[in-house]
Write a protein that binds this ligand. Structure first.
Ligand SMILES: Cc1cc2nc3c(=O)[nH]c(=O)nc-3n(C[C@H](O)[C@H](O)[C@H](O)COP(=O)(O)OP(=O)(O)OC[C@H]3O[C@@H](n4cnc5c(N)ncnc54)[C@H](O)[C@@H]3O)c2cc1C
Length: 292
């Protein structure tokens, strides 16, 4: 289908992009990779009057893997993350796993992590990864920039804390230490499909082998990605083991509130949410050299 008519404006600086968004208000939408927005416009699910293209803002194409934070700029592509030299470090295993299963290689050439977070599809991959990693999104608004915790950023399906006239500049993932590993587990009907069910898991161990902290989140399990607080709480302070994993898996089953659709029934998706959390935890522990 052909989108409704719109004006196309290409910004050359962040200031210019921001000024255009402020000028056009509710009419305007940011165009990043276009992998969600353009299909939505073609199906007339979105009808922005103005597109503000940020693809020329090369100063937002960075991936900065620092000591305390990994910052991903608004036009860094999924493929950039998948190919980053540091991504194979065990500490980044959650982000690495996800970077290889988001959509397909063609979509990953253009799609951005920040765009995916801003789109906030209920079955998106990066939203669950961001929750389990306790990421923060840097948003530019009228009063300057602010950091928004991912839990506050993801408001509802296709709705985020980015307000009219604002744009997201980057997402920051806290840098995990050497005793941290993660795993992203996704069931999809075929390569390139959205998740039927998916789980993002990240665990950090103390020196004595007990769990210092855990991040557990699900995609395709509600209006948008959800944190499994109960699993995180019961894991913290415990020794990894089969019983503990079973309890975390049960907590995920309880937390999952999926919709039935062509990808599966509610029962199947809830069942898979539990299974995937268990698989993710086992893999994360194995990556840390712990059999559980
Ligand atoms: C065939 C296909 C399969 C896919 N499969 C998957 C999948 O399995 N898993 C998955 O997670 N995704 C999937 N996607 C979606 C894909 O990952 C998108 O790239 C991603 O969701 C959006 O990123 P984008 O950069 O393309 O954003 P765009 O499409 O450009 O924008 C998406 C939305 O976010 C807003 N936006 C973008 N950037 C900003 C910003 N910096 N500030 C404020 N608002 C912004 C836009 O205005 C728009 O509303 C698939 C897409 C396709 C076409």
């Amino acid at each position: 289908m052909i989108p409704a008519a719109f004006d196309y404006l290409r910004a050359h600086t962040v200031d210019e992009a921001f000024a255009l968004l402020q000028q056009h208000g509710a009419e305007a939408r940011v165009l990043a990779g276009g992998q969600s927005l353009i299909p939505a416009m073609r199906f007339r699910l979105a009808r922005p009057g103005v597109l503000v293209d940020i693809n020329s803002l090369t100063d937002l194409s960075y991936l900065r893997a620092g000591k305390t934070v990994l910052e991903i700029g608004a036009i860094a592509r999924d493929r950039d993350i998948e190919r980053a030299p540091w991504i194979t470090d065990r500490r980044w295993s959650l982000v690495h796993d996800a970077s290889r299963v988001v959509a397909d290689p063609v979509v990953r050439q253009m799609g951005t992590v920040v765009g995916s977070l801003c789109h906030n599809d209920p079955a998106g991959d990066w939203t669950a990864v961001a929750l389990a990693s306790r990421a923060e999104v840097v948003v530019r608004g009228k009063d300057g920039t602010r950091q928004v915790r991912i839990d506050d950023f993801l408001v509802d399906s296709f709705t985020t804390a980015v307000q009219e006239g604002e744009m997201a500049l980057s997402v920051q993932f806290p840098a995990p230490d050497d005793r941290t590993a993660g795993s992203y587990q996704k069931v999809e009907r075929k390569v390139g499909d959205f998740a039927t069910a998916a789980a993002a898991v990240q665990v950090s161990l103390n020196e004595d082998g007990t769990i210092r902290s855990a991040g557990v989140a699900l995609s395709a399990a509600g209006a948008c990605a959800v944190r499994v607080d109960a699993a995180e709480q019961l894991l913290a302070g415990q020794k990894p083991g089969a019983e503990l994993i079973r309890a975390a898996s049960d907590a995920a089953w309880h937390r999952s509130e999926p919709q039935a659709d062509l990808r599966g029934t509610v029962e199947y998706k809830k069942h898979m949410a539990g299974i995937l959390v268990a698989r993710g935890l086992r893999q994360a522990f194995a990556r840390l050299g712990v059999e559980a």
